[in-house]
Design a protein around this ligand. Structure first.
Ligand code: SF4
Length: 79
């Protein structure tokens, strides 16, 4: 099991593109105008994926004005 999990509550995204600018390796704007976490899978209304190295996702989560990006380390929410 990967050390980190990153998720987005897409219904809360306000399309500001901050995450995409800060962390383009993981984030892009999707055709529907909201942010998409590359390689993620749907989990209810949200999308998430597991990753071994958190890289820029903490910065992306902390920069999100809608607070809709979440990062978990070993199952514990850190952002
Ligand atoms: S920073 Fe947050 S609100 Fe802005 S595009 Fe990314 S997920 Fe959406």
């Amino acid at each position: 099991m990967a050390k980190f999990k990153v998720g987005i509550e897409r219904p809360l995204c306000i399309s500001c593109e901050s995450c995409v600018n800060i962390c383009p390796e993981f984030w892009e704007m999707a055709d529907d105008g909201f942010s998409y976490l590359k390689g993620s899978k749907k989990s209810g209304e949200n999308e998430e994926r597991e990753i071994d190295d958190v890289e820029c996702n903490i910065d992306a989560a902390e920069s999100c004005p809608a607070l809709c990006i979440h990062v978990y380390e070993n199952g514990k929410k850190i952002v």
